[in-house]
Design a protein around this ligand. Structure first.
Ligand SMILES: O=P(O)(O)OC[C@H]1O[C@H](OP(=O)(O)OP(=O)(O)O)[C@H](O)[C@@H]1O
Ligand SMILES: Nc1ncnc2[nH]cnc12
Length: 180
């Protein structure tokens, strides 16, 4: 089943060329969400990467994580917590836990924050994201979550192997699976 899903993910993915002045290709992941078989399979497939670690909650960074995280949470039978990017919207008028996200694949340093009341000290947190490029979001969320961090489940992981191992990133595809 997971091999079928991997094939489908490869087929539904495209690199797009934004044209000058950009000199790199941009990932187009929209075909993943448009395919009902992929949408149905992603939650359970990502959940299976960490099911034996018994997560009690899923946390994902905005914005694509808000789409994917709840699918995985549902497959695990647990709840979902949003991790907001500082400055992306109006301030949230509640006590938050913030952590710095080191420079990511765009070179941006950001802050991610979650509502404090939604996480218990003994939660076992699975981070879910569509893509791990440098591991910056995973690293920022591990800082934020501390001992509660179990690891990160991603559709694509193109981090260097030591980063993948250090941050316990597990994925359905590697960067090489999507070579242009
Ligand atoms: O490993 P990193 O270097 O942290 O990169 C991974 C992040 O990059 C993407 O976010 P992006 O802001 O490009 O897309 P999104 O707004 O669709 O989530 C992706 O969704 C991850 O959150
Ligand atoms: N959507 C994406 N997120 C992170 N890294 C990427 N590299 C190429 N596309 C990407």
């Amino acid at each position: 089943m997971t091999d079928d899903l991997r094939d489908r993910l490869r087929r539904a993915f495209r690199w797009t060329d934004p044209g000058p002045p950009s000199d790199y290709l941009v990932s187009d992941r929209s075909g993943w969400w448009r395919d009902p078989v992929i949408l149905d399979g992603l939650g359970p497939a990502l959940a299976d990467l960490f099911r034996s670690d018994r997560p009690t909650v899923v946390v994902s960074p905005e914005v694509t994580g808000f789409l994917l995280g709840p699918l995985v949470a549902r497959a695990l039978g647990v709840g979902f917590v949003e991790a907001y990017r500082a400055g992306a919207r109006r301030a949230i008028a509640e006590p938050m836990i913030w952590a710095e996200v080191p420079a990511d694949h765009r070179g941006d340093v950001q802050q991610l924050g979650v509502r404090r009341r939604l996480l218990a000290d003994d939660d076992r947190v699975l981070v879910v994201d569509d893509w791990a490029a440098t591991g910056a979001q995973a690293r920022g969320l591990r800082t934020l979550l501390g001992d509660r961090y179990l690891g990160t489940a991603a559709i694509v992981d193109e981090c260097p192997p030591p980063v993948t191992a250090e941050l316990t990133i597990r994925s359905l595809l590697s960067g090489a699976d999507l070579d242009p």
